[in-house]
Design a binder for this molecule. Structure first.
Ligand code: ZN
Length: 386
């Protein structure tokens, strides 16, 4: 019913056409460019195609139907940008291609088809049809808000563990955890920033000491939508190897997780911070309801991280553990701590300190982040009925 009324209300069709082409066109690329007067969608086509544009309301969408067209292999929809909160493709009829732009508000589309040799470029201008509201919009807090409002990129806080006077774990060949984590964080930031819809925020970008609570506070000030703390573990057993993802819990999932938390939380003791008086006992972290929601998201991201990164990074069989890690204490930012492997293990140490290993780890984490946000976008699409 909702769908019908949306169609009836706002079927404002904008017909566009080109020289009728017998050849079927392929959509090779689609980019979203944010300009002063609105967002522009630029579609790269293998050749000219007849097309039709129309808008739908509740929720606002722009639909582009390309006749006798299909997606080129390897086509990747762009990340949200400007007024566009998502791009989906489908087939309205056999042989035709539909591109749906989910919009943060109504727009007045204007289009033109440019020929370039055999190929063609379709430019669709998404001009705002209402003057911008005075004053600053309220900052978006949830990922759904950010995607819906399309007013800023999704922000990923990347926290390189340790630093400065706190070297973290030290490997047998005098490799410092703090150096490995910084190199990995920078590589991950590069890969996150390659996605036009995301922006990395490096909590630490140098060999400096930052107390644990300041790390998540900085991330919150940066409006981070996700917090990823990067570490490398060390164990007396040099056979121990593989990656583990930690999320926050009042009680540790096992004795090993408890020991790890004690080790990682030591950074604050180094700085003379009193961790609650009870002789450095940090096991008790009160968790309220806001935090519980964040914890659920964190836990699902932990599972996703293993699934997406496993092709690139060896994980331990019990890869998701819980511990009372101070750095994950932000109440409203989904947070995980990624122990990428053991620098006390020869194979892991070589992998973690190599460019190739760092790039693979970053690839796996970046993929998980993309899927995580894409899921949010898909959920929003479903609840909005579009
Ligand atoms: Zn660490």
């Amino acid at each position: 019913m909702r769908r019908i009324s949306a169609l009836a209300l706002s079927l404002a069709a904008f017909a566009g056409l080109s020289a009728a082409s017998a050849q079927a066109a392929q959509l090779r690329g689609l980019s979203l460019v944010e300009g002063e007067d609105g967002t522009r969608a630029v579609l790269e086509l293998s050749g000219p195609a007849d097309y039709k544009l129309f808008t739908l309301a509740n929720p606002d969408r722009l639909v582009l139907d390309l006749s006798r067209s299909s997606l080129a292999g390897g086509f990747k929809p762009p990340a949200p940008n400007g007024v566009v909160s998502g791009v989906r493709t489908g087939k309205p009829a056999e042989g035709d291609l539909r591109v749906v732009f989910d919009l943060g508000r109504g727009v007045q589309p204007r289009s033109r088809l440019e020929r370039e040799g055999d190929s063609a470029r379709l430019v669709v201008e998404l001009l705002g049809n209402a003057p911008a509201l005075a004053g600053k919009p309220a900052p978006a807090r949830t990922v759904e808000d950010v995607i819906g409002k399309g007013e800023r990129k999704l922000i990923v806080a990347i926290d390189a563990g340790h630093g400065g006077k706190d070297p973290g774990a030290i490997g047998p060949t005098r490799k410092f955890e703090k150096d490995i984590t910084l190199a990995m964080a920078r590589e991950l930031a590069k890969q996150v920033n390659a996605d036009p819809g995301m922006q990395a925020y490096l909590v630490r970008d140098g060999d400096v000491f930052i107390p644990l609570h300041q790390r998540y506070q900085r991330a919150r000030e940066a409006q981070a939508d996700l917090f990823i703390s990067i570490h490398a573990d060390a164990a007396e057993n040099t056979q121990a190897q593989g990656a583990t993802v930690y999320t926050l819990s009042e009680t540790a999932s096992d004795r090993e997780a408890a020991r790890l938390a004690a080790r990682e939380n030591k950074a604050d003791i180094l700085n003379g911070v009193n961790l609650g008086g009870q002789s450095g006992d940090v096991s008790s972290i009160l968790i309220d309801l806001t935090q519980r929601e964040s914890l659920n998201i964190s836990a699902s991201f932990a599972r996703l991280l293993q699934r997406e990164a496993a092709p690139y990074v060896p994980f331990r069989s019990s890869y998701h553990r819980f511990a009372s890690l101070m750095v994950l204490k932000a109440p409203d930012t989904p947070s995980i701590l990624f122990e990428t492997g053991y620098i006390s293990n020869a194979d892991d140490a070589a992998f973690l300190s190599s460019r190739e290993g760092q790039s693979k780890i970053a690839r796996g984490v970046a993929r998980a982040i993309e899927v995580h946000f894409a899921r949010k976008l898909a959920m929003r699409g479903r609840t909005a009925g579009g």
